[in-house]
Ligand binder design. Sequence first.
Ligand SMILES: [Zn+2]
Length: 61
Amino acid sequence: MKEFHCGSLVPGCDWHTRHEEEAEVMRRSVEHMREAHGESTIRETMVEAIRSRIANSQKAA
Ligand SMILES: [Zn+2]
């Protein structure tokens, strides 16, 4: 399982998501950035910032 905590990128945000596929975590995260943080244009730097913060879920083991 992969997970992403938005708070690691946007301090104070407690949104997070978890999924088997990193691509799905990525998709949901981008959607969250659009809807919750008003990022109408998701730049490559934003994608990279999210990707670098996607971690293996500790509950997977
Ligand atoms: Zn957020």
